[in-house]
Design a binder for this molecule. Sequence first.
Ligand SMILES: [Zn+2]
Length: 134
Amino acid sequence: VPVAEGLFRVGDDDQAHLVGGRCGTCDRPHFPRGVVCPWCSSGEVSEVALSSEGTLWGWTGVNASPPGYSGETPFGFGVVELPEGIRVVTRLSEADPSRLAFGQRMCMEIVPLVDDDEGHTTMTWAFVPTPGAG
Ligand SMILES: [Zn+2]
């Protein structure tokens, strides 16, 4: 069960991608996908799979559960900049801020967020440090 419909999907290559929009008028991408382009207000927005890898731009560790959150703590939270120029506010798999560095390469994965009473697992996305990259 995705945490929200339409935010991410897994492609034919088994790689997870965030689903954004690309404007048919100004050609700029955005996330999450909107009905109209946030840059020029054109309605010609088509769905696009965004890059699954980006660079770390800002981050923190969350040790206390936010209101309404029943998943695991601690977890990381931050901003990853995609090659498209989009900064995505995202969960991070690394909860220890001292183990992360500005500009380090991060890749996206789908992770379980929380189980409900009927055994359904809500899935969300997180960025993890790209293996082998500095
Ligand atoms: Zn536009």
